[in-house]
Design a binder for this molecule. Sequence first.
Ligand SMILES: [Zn+2]
Length: 1041
Amino acid sequence: MPLPLALLERVTLSCTAPPPQLHFRQLSSSAFCRAVAAAAPKPRKPKDEKAQFYSKSLNLPATPFPLRADAGKREKLFWRRTTDELYRWQAEQKDRPLFVLHDGPPYANGNLHTGHALNKITKDIINRSKLIQGNRVHYVPGYDTHGLPLELKALSALKLPAASLTPQVIRSAARKEAEKGIQIQGEEFRSFAGMGAFADEDAYKTMEWGYEKRQLGIVREMVRKGLIVTHHRPTLYSPSSRTALAEAELEYRDDHISRSVYVSFLISDLGALAPKLQKLGLEKEKVSLAVWTTTAWTLPSNVAVAISDSMDYSLVRSSTSKSLLIMATERVAALSEILTSPLETLTTFPGSSLLSTTYISPLASSSSASEPRTIFPASYVTSTTGTGLVHTAPAHGVEDWEAWRAHQLALHPDQPLEDTLCAVDGAGKLMPEVLEKLVERDVVERLGGKDVLGDGTGAVIDVLQERGTLLKEVEVQHKFPYDWRTKKPVIFRASSQWFANLENVKEDAVKAIEDVEFVPPRGRKTLEMYVRGRSEWCISRQRAWGVPIPVVYSYPSSSDPIASSTPYLTPSNVDHIISVLDSKGQGTDYWWTGEAEEFVEPEELARSKAEGRSWRKGVDTMDVWFDSGCSWTMLRDLDLRPEAPEKPYADVYLEGSDQHRGWFQSSLLTAISAAEEVGGKKKAPYGTVITHGMVLDEKGRKMSKSLGNILPPSTIINGGKNLQKQPAYGTDLLRVWVASVDSTRDVLIGPAVLAQTFEALRKMRNTARFMLGNTAGAAKEELGVEELSLIDRYILHELYELDQLARDAYNTYTFSRVYQALATFSNTTLSSFYFDVIKDSLYADAKSSLERRRVVYTLQKVLDSYTSILAPMAPLLAEEIHHFAQGASADPKADVAEAGSVFEKVWALPSVSWDSPETKTEMEELFKVREEVMSLLEQAREKKLIGSSTEATVVISNPPARLRKHAELLKTLFIVSDVSLVDEPLAPSTEWHFSSGSITVQPATLAKCPRCWTFSKPAESERDVCARCHEVVGDVAHAHW
Ligand SMILES: [Zn+2]
């Protein structure tokens, strides 16, 4: 711990100077302050003219830069110059290299949470670090404005049953909700002091016609390449949202519980098994297939049973079942336990023997019209769970659907495949009119209208029980997909949907990301995995609030428009639709009001009329991930880099790591699907993909209403209801917290973390204040390193290293490294060391002396770099420092326009002459001696022999050469009144001393100088002051007193 300094007491307590708002003791630790206070002499009387004269003759620090941040009031003063005005100014600096950070649009719904703050502030730190290093920045924030949550909000605001509302009414209400969301979020985003096109009118919105038009242009390109197709097939479907969903709209829950059932499917024809049973004398007995499913509600839709033709199967007798059961041989032991019935194996046979066997649906009977169902081989059948016989319902499973169609095609290669029957409607209810084709009439009555995620499962199980085909019901807990918006389970359901075919796109996409940099690097594998795992992207949604899929359907005028219609989706007709929408000036709203025929290009319309065909419009909208995934087209159309078409549109995309399967992926896929090749390669829209983790509370828990641990950014900035508990920390504090965390993983926030960050920021403010106070009004001169003291050179070397590290950390997006390095430099190198040892020179040396000029020079250089390094993290504080460093004597009157920003000055490269590892080595050796001296002084202080360290002197015997070399410096370094280097140890003759090895601390022998308070005035001197002070103030003793 450094020692109290006589001058410090003086500055703190003198009644003549400095101005009352200055309390320089705050610059050091609180222990230091207590030491100063304890040793403080009583203030001198004002009438002591001599003391006043000396006091006034000191160069005491002075600055109007206030000690307290007072964020609520002061941040406003510097706001405009560092946000909107700065963005406009820098956009005009066309000669600077361009840096493009493309904003991923947040969903425009509700207030912001701390995750938004982490996201937007990280982006702003990147932009500002680029700007201060001499770039020009392009940054236009965006909003994702279509989709279900806003549509649901609109529906609840309309307070009318959805069925009674037209799409136009719903869309208009949803647009209002989106506009409200943009206004709320826009205001909150601006409270983070971001620099960009933040005004509501400048930000991009996915619901604007200009945006939608570009999106439809992408669809047109994909249609041209044959990438947009329609199928009737099972897709993930959310009954609670009443729409198809994409993988990115799901969340998986591990605690889902299903009522799984083991069911017997009665065999109607044994096929190749008949001779075998005959030999065993079992031909008269009933034989069933043992089948297991976790979705009993899909049993009515059963069309077949899949087996493995490479596995063995057994015929077993159960003590409880009326019939003999067939199951995989490897499952017999497990099923004995599950069915709680010993199973006696009668015979075993290869799976292929089952392929000619047929059975009756457990919900039909042999007497009904239901046809016997077949058994077919499928590669996904295993013996790890179930029975080795897999219930197949193609309407409700992708594997089932694919395998069943492949089987059908193999059997009848010439017959067109019919659409799969689906017995579940859009609300997730079983439809009687379809059930009739699948199960018995009385079962139709029992199951019709039942909810498959509600009472449907129980109703099916009841029927099985009554019919004696239920072998066992077992509850299973397993991982299950949920709709992330409604938090309700989803199902697979066959319906007609539109898909982007990615089969031929994904290889190009994977190739394109070879050129992309990922921060952290693991992101590459994650994104690649999602891209590779996707063959089709279901892009249609059955909702009103979105961009329409630009498809029209024609049908023979005499028949049903739905049942017998053919889609018409061609590049030229998409262009026609775009031009119609463009001419009406209502954006895509006109799709819902215009006549279908308007959206058919004239030649096709004429042809259809001649052929007696009529038209209807498609009613599906597009997946909102397709919307936001097209945002790169805005950058493409701005043509920001005409000179480098091979470069990606954006240098950086930055979002939460969950966007690998969301926006990063949808942006890549639309870009690769629609973009032309540049230089023989399709390019990704981004050069670097950066991800951040989630924001958790201090205990590492997710923030949630139920835990009551939500800490919104507005509370951190403006304070909570109880300001004692939740102070108004201001914007810079929130930003510095963002800079301080390693956001490549999940980060923590809470009262303790914030208090800690506040303390760190307070120290940085005080460090800056000391430098401002001591360099104010000083001339700027350039000194060579050879003119500096070893200590100054050491500080500049440390500054050089800090500067290099900060540039590297900003350019590799590892801001916590900048923050740590700056805090250490601020607290350890400056406050605890350098500022202490230079105070004597700063306050008491003559302004014209080299000793003081070189210290001032060093402080000027440090302040300059310090402000630049701090600025991207805490721009408001940096602007405030810059304002006063420019010589301002007071706060700006208001937030004045054209005040000039710290960012207008490019962060100056440090002089390479400062880089001196030898200086550091020399200083480190001196620090070792200093540490010993400090500990001896501390002993003297504990015994109350000294207060200030200047009351002591140091004697070092047999000093090594390195000490002799810097003999002049030692007094300053140790902050004592004198240091003597002697050849032989002297017998101490003073009243007290403390020794350690060759070092002795003892009382100062000279008298105290009334000006600088060091004990350096020879007692016999005729002068009033010490020799140094005499040089500064002259021989005033006789002149005045
Ligand atoms: Zn003096």
